[in-house]
Design a binder for this molecule. Sequence first.
Ligand SMILES: [Zn+2]
Length: 65
Amino acid sequence: MPTYDFRCRGCGHRFTVRVDIKDRHKVTCPSCGGKEVEQLFTGCTVRTGGGACDLPSPGGGFAGG
Ligand SMILES: [Zn+2]
C-alpha cells in the first residue's frame, strides 16, 4: 500500500500515512485529529537530463501572518 504526505490545515502538522488512495479522504491529523488535511504532492523525481529539484527550506515558516 502506498504512502502519502499530508498537511493539516488546522495545526500545520505534516505527516505521512499509508492508506489506499480511495481512502485518503478519511485521513485525519494525528496531531490534533483535524479532518482538514490536504495532500502534498512531492513530485520531485530524478530524470535523465533533469535539473535540480526545488525543495522547501527545512524548518521554514510561513511569511506574513
Ligand atoms: Zn492538525
